[in-house]
Design a protein around this ligand. Structure first.
Ligand SMILES: Cc1cc2nc3c(=O)[nH]c(=O)nc-3n(C[C@H](O)[C@H](O)[C@H](O)COP(=O)(O)OP(=O)(O)OC[C@H]3O[C@@H](n4cnc5c(N)ncnc54)[C@H](O)[C@@H]3O)c2cc1C
Length: 375
């Protein structure tokens, strides 16, 4: 078992799990959890050991997000979006970016996130519409990004822009939240992941020095497909596998402890046993699918991307199925909110609609297996 997995289990048990219901009920950012992850250096999971990080890989990320999500989906999502931003910076960091971002991340002193989505482009985040112009040695950004997880709690944002000329493609810019012209607004009103603080980012003539560019001009599209996609997809697949496992465990516990007057428990009823069997199979197969896809990505297997894409489709579908079954097993008591199953049900609904969405991925996987060009 890797150090990261052991650390994640310990923090989840000691800090994240005890606060999960409160975070959800109060719809608040999981501050204590993120601080504990920072202290344990897990915010630097994907930062190299030379820069003070844990030097983890995508298998570690999927394992850690699964462990955290089994207890708290909101914390897992905040952690995942930070990890995606870290991975983008780490993929092509200049020595200056290593000092100003990666080293502090490894020490647990900086929190990041991705600011990709826009209201207009929706699931097609790779076609940004924000206004971005190159002005001498800097980029000037204006416009709105939606669904920015971690929101105003993030110290830096990885913003996807189209500041380069059309021929060159997209750019990834590191924008400090403290930069003049950066403003966050709104509060997260989603049905689930209620603590993920996914809010709107407004940029008004934000001047971003050229040193904040990740890689070269026009590298953005390559970074989206080679770095962001595998990191986000495997991480969110881990989240979905974890949510499914958490719901299954909660339902199993309830089935064993809820007794009728004649002494029988729910677990003694055959219909419930069938549900438990179905859930057990779904949880294990989702988890194994994600682990296998992550291992393939780490090994650089030729078919890795196919497995990675399908892992999100599969884990999201299993999470929705298992959390629904958990609700059925727990009956009215589950529906009232007395048990955590309704939280898992709400949290599990997000994965399939987060870009790349289930529909988009199914099209890409279907085309890939059939040998049809993606675009
Ligand atoms: C909890 C949560 C956290 C998030 N955090 C972040 C974040 O940190 N950073 C960030 O940048 N974004 C984030 N997002 C945004 C997310 O990744 C999506 O961009 C966003 O959910 C898209 O919403 P939409 O309503 O605009 O979708 P739409 O684009 O309107 O899509 C609606 C439906 O149509 C389907 N659809 C659209 N186009 C096609 C097509 N061509 N083929 C088939 N089906 C299609 C979609 O699959 C979906 O089912 C977050 C979202 C959620 C729910």
């Amino acid at each position: 078992m890797s150090t990261a997995v052991e650390l994640a289990k310990q923090i989840t048990q000691e800090v994240i799990a005890p606060l999960a219901a409160e975070i959800d009920r109060e719809r608040r950012f999981p501050k204590e959890a993120m601080e504990a992850l920072g202290k344990a250096r897990l915010l630097g999971l994907l930062v190299s050991e030379e820069l003070g990080g844990l030097g983890g890989n995508l298998s570690d990320l999927a394992a850690v997000t699964e462990i955290i999500a089994e207890a708290c989906g909101s914390t897992a999502m905040c952690y995942l979006m930070h990890s995606c931003a870290t991975m983008v910076v780490a993929s092509k960091a200049t020595p200056d970016q290593q000092q100003r971002y990666l080293r502090p991340i490894a020490r647990g002193e900086k929190l990041g996130t991705l600011a990709f989505s826009e209201t207009g482009t929706g699931a097609h985040f790779y076609s940004p519409e924000i206004k971005a112009v190159k002005d001498g040695g800097q980029f000037v950004l204006s416009g709105k990004k939606s669904f920015v997880t971690n929101g105003d709690k993030a110290d830096f944002l990885v913003v996807v822009t189209n500041a380069s000329s059309a021929e060159l493609g997209l750019d990834m810019l590191i924008v400090d939240s403290s930069a003049p012209g950066v403003r966050f607004d709104g509060k997260w009103e989603g049905i689930g992941l209620t603590g993920n603080n996914s809010i709107a980012l407004y940029m008004d003539q934000v001047k971003v020095p050229a040193e904040q560019l990740v890689g070269a001009e026009g590298d953005g599209m390559g970074i989206i497909f080679q770095v962001v996609a595998p990191t986000f997809i495997l991480g969110v697949s881990g989240v979905n596998a974890g949510l499914a496992r958490g719901a299954y465990q909660a339902a199993l516990n309830h089935a064993q402890t809820r007794k009728y007057a004649d002494g029988r428990s729910l677990a003694d009823i055959q219909a419930i046993q069938f549900y438990l069997s179905d859930m057990f199979g779904s949880v294990e197969s989702a988890s194994l699918f994600v682990r296998n896809a992550a291992a393939k990505a780490v090994q650089g297997d030729a078919d890795a991307i196919l497995h990675v894409m399908q892992s999100k489709v599969f884990a999201s579908e299993q999470a929705i199925k298992v959390t629904n079954l958990a609700m059925q097993v727990c009956g009215g008591q589950g529906y009232t909110g007395a048990l955590p199953v309704e939280r898992y049900l709400r949290d599990a609904r997000a994965g399939a609609v987060m870009a790349p969405t289930t529909e988009v991925l199914k099209e890409w996987v279907g085309k890939s297996v059939a040998g049809v060009p993606l675009f």
